[in-house]
Write a protein that binds this ligand. Structure first.
Ligand code: F6P
Length: 326
């Protein structure tokens, strides 16, 4: 295999706090290893449109603490077509870029996997998504910060819920996974956590809520993962209201506030470590894999496995959350 001398780095899909720390680590580790490194703007969109610029050590100064991504990001429809990918490949060739580090989630790695197979192009992925829905890493970059954002918001909602003796349904992100919901729900002492990985029965929920109120709970928080089978928070609230009209209920959708903000220390360290090992991995011949950390060890997992091999939610923790809220 020819020695790699020039690499590209990009972010793609939904942004997540810590992406900048990962870019910084990739750029500086690459320069330390004697490589030229190029930033590709706006994910696969910028690869197709040739928005590619060389980066230097000072290109990534003062970004470790910043949310979002200095390289911008996008969800690219054009990259789903062969012609878009061919254009992207020609642009990389024009810059003599021989390998890539791509930071993103499921969609990003699906594209990377196809691109590698079509054009024999070495790519390492870093798990950058708040959803934590990738197999092969205990946590994705941005997940910890997003959970902390939810907890901070839920604590504030708890104050007003208590004062008014109300029941709140708080909808959190996660696409079709319940990781954000479970972890934030435990941390804010939620009465219920509804996740897509388990079936939610309305009768069960209302019976337990009634029980809570009879035991003189004066507020309630139900964390609803956006992908829950019963529907979003408005839908769940509507169904509960039908059965318990006496309850004073409100709904809060946290939305994209969960994607922004300064990354937590945990996310900065995770992103820095993974950015560093991605460059080292490429030079050691890794490709078509995501770098992750499992039980404190660095592991490389094939893109296909990272995307398709479902990471299980811890059902015992779900059970525990309910016991602790009694
Ligand atoms: O994958 C990250 C995520 O924030 C999901 O939790 C959410 O379902 C989705 O992206 C929202 O996407 P968009 O920002 O394109 O609306």
């Amino acid at each position: 295999m020819p020695q790699i001398t020039r690499i590209g780095v990009m972010t793609s899909g939904g942004d997540s706090p810590g992406m900048n720390a990962a870019i910084r680590a990739v750029v500086r580790s690459a320069i330390f290893a004697g490589l030229d490194v190029f930033g590709i703007y706006r994910g696969y969109e910028g690869m197709i449109d040739n928005q590619i610029e060389q980066m230097y050590s000072n290109s990534v100064s003062n970004i470790i603490q910043r949310g979002g991504t200095i390289l911008k990001t996008a969800r690219s429809k054009r990259f789903m077509d062969y012609n878009g990918r061919l254009q992207a490949y020609n642009n990389l060739r024009e810059h003599n870029i021989e390998a890539l580090v791509t930071i993103g989630g499921n969609g990003t790695f699906t594209g990377a996997s196809i691109f590698d197979k079509e054009f024999d192009f070495p790519i390492i992925g870093l798990p950058g998504t708040i959803d934590n829905d990738l197999y092969g890493t205990d946590a994705t970059i941005g997940y910890d910060t997003a959970v902390n954002t939810v907890v901070e918001a839920a604590d504030k909602i708890r104050d007003t819920a208590n004062s008014h003796e109300r029941l709140f349904f708080i909808e959190v992100m996660g696409r079709d996974a319940g990781f954000i919901a479970l972890r934030s729900g435990i941390a804010c002492g939620a009465e219920f956590i509804l996740v897509p990985e388990t079936t939610t029965y309305i009768d069960n929920l209302t019976r337990l809520l009634k029980h809570d109120w009879r035991r003189s709970k004066t507020s309630g928080i139900v964390i609803v993962a956006e992908g829950d089978d019963m529907g979003g928070a408005y839908e769940v609230a509507r169904k509960v209201k039908e059965k318990l009209p006496e309850m004073d209920a409100r709904v809060t959708i946290l939305g994209h506030v969960q994607r922004g903000g300064s990354p937590s220390a945990y996310d900065r360290v995770l992103a820095s470590t993974l950015g560093f090992v991605a460059v080292r991995g490429l030079l050691q011949g890794h490709r078509g894999e995501m770098a992750g950390i499992v039980n404190k060890e660095v592991v490389f997992t094939s893109f296909d496995k990272a995307i398709k091999h479902n990471k299980d939610i811890n059902k015992e923790m779900l059970e525990m959350s309910r016991i602790l809220a009694l």
